[in-house]
Write a protein of this length. Sequence first.
Lengths: 251, 285
Amino acid sequence: MEHLLEIDAISKHFGGLKALENVSFTMDRGEILGLIGPNGAGKTTLFNLITGRYPVTSGTIRYNGKDLSGMGPSQVAAMGIGRTFQIVRPFAGLTVITNVMIALGVSHYAGFWNSVSRYRTPASLKAARKILARVGIAGYAQQKSENLPLGLKKHLEIARALALRPSLILLDEPAGGLRKEEMDRLIGLVREINGEGTSVLVIEHNMPVVMQLCKRIVVLDHGTKIAEGPPEAIRNNRQVVEAYLGRTGDA
Amino acid sequence: MLAQQIVNGITIGSIYALIALGLTMVYGVLKILHIAHAGVYAMGAYLGLWAYCMVPNLFVAMIVAMTLSGVAGTLIERLLYKSMLDKSRIVPLIASIGLFIAMEEAFRLIAGPYVRAFPAHFRQKPWIFGPVRISAPQMLVFGVTLALLALLWWVLTRTRMGKALRAVSMDREMAEALGVATDRIISLSFFISSALAGAAGVLVGIFYNSVYPTMGDIPAYKALAIIVLGGLGSIPGTIFGAFLVGISETFLIGFVNIPLPRDALAFIVMIAVLMFRPYGLFGKE
């Protein structure tokens, strides 16, 4: 069976800086895959390559067997890859439900007549409400998005990504800055979404969260993959420990 | 006298609004100051005049001028700005000024350096309400601007394109990640804003009965003053600023004998606003 996502020997150089060098891994349908590594390891760069923000320097990325090279972010989104960003950025000034409705329009921005048609239709309102209910913020639909507390803003980010009807979502540090209860709710939500068939690729610094969510983890350091495997193996991997804590004296 | 001045001020203000709105929309999506917008405005006046000489029907002239100006604006975005977006913001600004000058010279070469009259004749008698007199060209300006502003408001607030445009202005990267085809939305916003500028050009040509190569000079910097006044990128701010400047200019000429040209007023107000609210009247801090 072909993989959902295949990262095949990709490199990304910014001038002389090698942000990623020959990284390969695959992701299967229904999986929650963790992506960890110290700051500057190239995790967010990898997200930006998958979503078409930057072109790869070499290598290929295949999604459902299709080569993503040459596609822009909106095309990748339309293919069913949703993403959230490290820093939550709702469209301020717009209500929570409108934020979701913008992402719901994905199939409509293509043609001229479609894009000048009304965005607020009974069908789109219903779809948006359903997604808000799905992530547990239906009660905030008419609030201005910037007024939500951080924890709920993260739920809104996930709601917007879900509006693309994705089969894969990329989460960039979903638990960052959250309190314990907020974090638990978020973990529960990610698990539920995954249970409904959406695969999840997650960057996370909070190790307990990664260990709880993922059955498999890929570790990047200085742009290269240094380890891949189940959480227990990663925890005891010497190279990984050194990447995080620095090399201890070879005694 | 007072009521008449207000009517005249609103006429001028609504024309300013048509020009400045396009500028503010373009600033919103690309964060560049599109000086050549005033060139599109003058081009619209010439196109309207040309179409009117072919088919003496104002409606046809307006549609032709708006469509072709819209296409010209889209081409400017595609051919000029698109390749410059990742450069420093001074680069598209200078390119824009250069294009504006080139357009004015092109009008001079093609249509001649003299002022051309707009041979539109109105059989409609002026409307007279007590002391207020509204001439036929004024009615045309009101009718067309109100219709266009209403249409624009509908597009911006009710359609997918409007929401997408707002999303792109706020956070382009995020809008793209949510599947908004930003390239198309940007081109469409250039088309709409240039069509509005073209319409303004035709209206001014008819209202002052003159079309000439450098007619975009004053609108170029006055529209800039208006959008700074209203808060860069803010659409309600721009409309408010346009009417404020239009009405105050008319009052300045009508009542106060200030030894300054009327065109200086927009800048005096702009300087005052920048001193106390550098983000503009409707802008966010």
